[in-house]
Write a protein of this length. Structure first.
Length: 252
C-alpha cells in the first residue's frame, strides 16, 4: 500500500512538473508605430506594455518546430485622426453675427453680413487599448540558445480611455477660437449645435509577430490590422488602422 501511494505521488508530481514546463510568461515593453490608410493621415508613435503567455503543445524535434498557443494581455497607446459622424439639429439663418452656423453649408446672415461656410474639422484621437491576442505559435531552434518565433491569429481589444480634439472651420479654414477637447467615446455637443457621435470602445482584428529569443531575452516585431469600426455608422472598409510594434521581453 505504501509503495502504491508513493508511486501515485511520484506520478502526480511528474505530471505537474511537466505541465508547468509547458507554460512560460514573458513580460514585454516597447514602442508602436501607427498609420491609418485614409487621406493624409500621419504616422504616429505610441507604446506597448504587457505580458505574453505561451503554452507549448508540441516540442521541437530535429528540424521540426515546436507548436503552441500564445496569448497575453497588453496595454497599447494608439494615436490617429478623429473619425466621427455629425448629428443633431443645426441652427441656421443666424442673423446677429458674422459667423452664422450650419453643417458644412453656406448660410446667409442678415443684411450687411457675409455668407460663410461653417463646419467642424476633426483633430487627433488617442486610445488606450487593453488587447488580448490568441495566436498559433511556432518556435524554430536555430542553435542551442537561439530560437526563431513566429505567431499569427486574431485579437480583441477594449479602450480603457482616450482623448480627442476638434475645431470649428470658417470657409474651410480652422477657426482656433473654437477648439474642443473631449472624451471620444461619448457624444459631444459643440457650441454651434453639431453633435459628434462617440466612437466604439470595442476593437478586433488580426495580429502576427516574428522574433528572436536568446536564452531568456526576446525581441519581437508585431503587426496589427484593425477591423473594428471608428464609429457605428462607418461603412467604408478601406478605413483601417495599421500598427507595428517593437518590443523587448524576458521569459520568467
Amino acid at each position: 500500500m505504501k509503495k502504491l501511494i508513493l508511486w501515485v505521488a511520484v506520478a502526480l508530481s511528474s505530471v505537474v512538473v511537466n505541465a508547468q514546463s509547458r507554460w512560460s510568461v514573458t513580460p514585454e515593453a516597447g514602442l508602436t508605430v501607427n498609420k491609418e490608410n485614409e487621406g493624409k493621415s500621419e504616422t504616429t508613435l505610441g507604446f506597448k506594455v504587457g505580458a505574453g503567455v505561451l503554452y507549448q503543445i508540441k516540442e521541437a524535434q530535429g528540424n521540426k518546430p515546436s507548436f503552441g498557443l500564445r496569448s497575453g494581455l497588453y496595454l497599447l497607446m494608439q494615436k490617429g485622426d478623429l473619425h466621427t459622424w455629425n448629428d443633431g439639429n443645426y441652427p441656421v439663418g443666424y442673423q446677429g453675427g458674422l459667423y452664422p452656423y450650419g453643417n458644412y453649408g453656406k448660410v446667409a446672415g442678415g443684411d450687411g453680413t457675409v455668407e460663410h461656410t461653417v463646419g467642424v474639422r476633426a483633430g487627433e484621437m488617442t486610445r488606450y487599448n487593453l488587447q488580448l491576442p490568441i495566436m498559433a505559435h511556432w518556435g524554430f531552434k536555430l542553435c542551442d540558445d537561439i530560437r526563431l518565433n513566429l505567431a499569427v491569429g486574431p485579437y480583441v481589444a477594449v479602450a480603457l480611455g482616450g482623448t480627442a480634439s476638434a475645431f470649428q472651420t470658417i470657409d474651410n479654414k480652422v477657426d482656433y477660437r473654437y477648439s474642443y477637447d473631449f472624451n471620444p467615446f461619448k457624444e459631444k455637443k459643440l457650441d454651434n449645435g453639431i453633435t459628434l457621435k462617440g466612437a466604439p470602445r470595442f476593437d478586433w482584428g488580426g495580429t502576427a509577430s516574428a522574433g528572436i529569443t536568446v536564452k531568456r531575452v526576446s525581441f519581437q516585431i508585431g503587426y496589427d490590422l484593425a477591423w473594428g469600426k471608428y464609429h457605428k455608422d462607418q461603412n467604408d472598409l478601406r478605413i483601417r488602422n495599421h500598427q507595428v510594434s517593437f518590443t523587448f521581453g524576458y521569459t520568467l
